[in-house]
Ligand binder design. Structure first.
Ligand SMILES: NC(=O)N[C@@H](CC(=O)O)C(=O)O
Ligand SMILES: [Zn+2]
Ligand SMILES: [Zn+2]
Length: 428
């Protein structure tokens, strides 16, 4: 017996048209897509006019397990992911202990098999303990299933160490994923350096702290032949550098978050720097940076959307702006807010281009299954209601995190059904 999705509209990723098609899932595979498929003993889910998309893939998520289970666990984070339409998430290694050994990779896969509501692809750290001093066993991490390597949360400050990491990664065909931040330039900053940080008297993090490191790592990628993926791009010059690297034919890819596409430091200004739910790293920047990210997304410089889902406890986020931890949650509304603002309201991006940034491109860039709803493909499917309007409601989150500046915002395009490898993982 299969799972029959009946009466929905399947998004054609090439033309952007919505086609009335039934989709039959058998086992973990999409076995048939046709105008009308007989119920024939299958479990039928009626989708009357709802929109069928490939399951979303988020290459930047903090699941916090092991070590910070008060913020999130693999169970709660993947439930949140499924609720947001995600079928795969890649989890960051800045846990305690850090995910820096093959055993840690195995741990993530084992816990996910028991408790997970989506596929979890662990990142292995570049340096032991993310301390920036000694390289991990990159080959061992890869064999144990690391999707790529990164020290997200901190930048690798040593250029010679990064050069060596890229040499090894290139020889193993492992992508190097960078949190680009020059610690010396970023120092004790807690928000974007500029007119707002000056007015509020808060220490700033200049865009240069990001772009300078991206420039270094693009040159290292050029020299070593490594695939470089730039995390959470946020600064206008950073986008320009990635655009240039691509024009030179280098293997450089990047992601942007919903918050860097839709928000600026003006929301910190408006709340006088008193709400740490607006504190994130890289920080919300100026309008020209936001527009550069948006243009980069539109012209293909930016390959994909990633949430950088970074849950923290309410207590931590109630601390003063200077000392509260950086980070926003995002899994449960990323598609909705971006669909609403970029597709529905401004029309800057057609739906199928947005969906490529959420599913097709991450699959292609990281060589993963999914990203398309096709016969014979893996049954990773997300069904959304493009009409229903709701507000982003943190008290309803499956995530343990509540920290988002999007709280209370109205949006359309909510997930009603998520299927991961043929299994229903969320149903509204
Ligand atoms: N993005 C953040 O503001 N915080 C992340 C770390 C990171 O992604 O660099 C976290 O782990 O909390
Ligand atoms: Zn980061
Ligand atoms: Zn992160």
């Amino acid at each position: 017996m299969g799972l029959l999705l009946k009466g929905g509209r399947l998004l054609n990723l090439e033309t952007g048209s919505l086609e009335s098609l039934d989709v039959l899932v058998e086992g973990s595979t999409i076995s048939r897509i046709a105008n009308s498929i007989e119920a024939d003993g299958h479990e039928v889910v009626g989708l009357d006019g709802l929109t069928i998309l490939p399951g979303f893939i988020d290459m930047h998520v903090h699941l916090r397990q092991p070590g910070f289970e008060g913020k999130e666990t693999i169970a709660t984070g993947t439930r949140a992911a499924a609720r947001g339409g995600y079928t795969k998430v890649a989890c960051m290694p800045n846990t305690r202990p850090v995910l820096d050994t093959p055993e840690q990779m195995k741990y993530v896969y084992e816990v996910t098999a028991r408790e997970g509501s989506c596929t979890v692809l662990p990142y292995g750290a570049i340096t032991k303990g993310e301390l920036g001093e000694e390289l991990t066993d990159i080959a061992g991490l890869r064999s144990a299933g690391a999707v790529a390597i990164t020290d997200d949360g901190v930048g690798v400050q040593s250029s010679s160490l990064m050069r060596e990491a890229m040499r090894i990664a290139a020889s193993l065909d492992v992508p190097v994923v960078i949190h680009s931040e020059d610690e010396d330039l970023a120092k004790d900053g807690c928000m974007n350096e500029g007119v707002v940080s000056q007015r509020l008297g808060l220490p700033g993090i200049p865009g240069l702290a990001e772009s300078a490191m991206i420039a270094r790592d693009i040159l290292l990628a050029q020299e070593t032949g490594a695939h470089l993926h730039v995390c959470h791009i946020s600064d206008a010059w950073s986008v320009e550098l990635v655009r240039w690297a691509k024009s030179m034919g280098l293997r450089v890819t990047t992601e942007v978050t919903p918050h860097h596409l839709l928000l600026t430091e003006s929301i910190i200004d408006a709340t006088d720097g008193e709400d740490a739910n607006m504190k994130v790293n890289p920080p919300l920047r100026a309008e020209r940076d936001r527009l550069a990210c948006l243009n980069g997304l539109l012209d293909g410089t930016i390959d994909m959307i990633a949430t950088d889902h970074a849950p923290h406890t309410p207590e931590e986020k109630q601390r003063p702006f200077r000392t509260a931890p950086f980070g926003f949650v995002g899994l449960e509304f990323a598609f909705s807010v971006l669909y609403t603002e970029l597709v529905e309201k401004s029309g800057s991006l057609p739906l199928h281009e947005l969906v490529k940034k959420f599913a097709t491109n991450p699959a292609e860039v990281f060589n993963l299954s999914g990203g398309r709803v096709v016969e014979g493909g893996i049954a990773d499917i997300t069904v959304v209601d493009l009409e229903a309007e709701r507000v982003v409601a943190p008290d309803e989150f499956y995530s343990k995190g509540r920290n988002t500046p999007f709280a209370g915002q109205k949006a359309k395009g909510w997930t009603v059904l998520t299927v991961n490898e043929g299994r229903i993982t969320y149903q509204a």
